[in-house]
Design a protein around this ligand. Structure first.
Ligand SMILES: [Zn+2]
Length: 153
C-alpha cells in the first residue's frame, strides 16, 4: 500500500522533494508553453548510494521508443509523467527488472485522480509515502491560485 499525506505548498519546505519540485516548476516557467497550471510531481529515488530527484509535469511530452499512437509521445498527469521520467533514469543506470525498485518518495501538487491513484498503487514500491498539497477533487481552484502566485517572478 502507498500512503497519501497532505503537506503545505511551500517552495521553502524543509522536505527536499517538495522544495525541489516547486523550485523546478517556478524556474521552468521561462520555457514557452509551460504555465502555472500544469501539475508537477517529483520522484525521489536511490542511485549510486545517493537520493536523486526527477520531476515531471502534466503538459510534458513523454517520448516513446515505439509508439502505437499517431505521435511518438504521450502526455500523462503530473505524477505519472514524473514517474515515467524517473523510471527512464533508473533503467538508464542499468537497473534490471526484478530488482528492488529504488523509488523512496513522491510529491505531487495535487492528490492523484481516480485513474492515477490505482496506477501509483500498482507502480510504486509497497510503503511509499506520496505527499501532495491540494486535494484533486475539492481544492483545484485553491491550487490554481497558489500555483499562479508561486510562479510570479
Ligand atoms: Zn491523474
Amino acid at each position: 500500500m502507498i500512503t497519501l499525506l497532505q503537506t503545505p505548498y511551500d517552495i521553502n519546505a524543509q522536505n527536499d522533494l517538495v522544495r525541489t519540485t516547486l523550485l523546478t516548476k517556478k524556474i521552468s516557467q521561462s520555457h514557452p508553453g509551460i504555465g502555472p497550471h500544469s501539475c508537477w510531481a517529483g520522484i525521489a529515488f536511490y542511485q549510486n548510494g545517493e537520493i536523486k530527484i526527477q520531476t515531471g509535469f502534466s503538459q510534458m511530452k513523454n517520448e516513446l521508443e515505439q509508439s502505437p499512437y499517431k505521435n511518438s509521445w504521450v502526455k500523462y498527469h503530473g505524477e505519472l509523467a514524473g514517474l515515467a521520467q524517473a523510471i527512464e533514469v533508473i533503467m538508464g543506470n542499468g537497473h534490471q527488472s526484478g530488482q528492488l525498485f529504488p523509488i523512496v518518495g513522491v510529491y505531487i501538487e495535487m492528490s492523484p485522480c481516480g485513474k492515477c491513484g490505482p496506477a501509483l498503487q500498482n507502480l510504486l514500491p509497497d510503503g511509499t509515502t506520496v505527499l501532495y498539497s491540494f486535494d484533486y477533487a475539492t481544492q483545484k481552484a485553491a491550487w490554481e491560485k497558489a500555483a499562479t502566485d508561486l510562479c510570479k517572478a
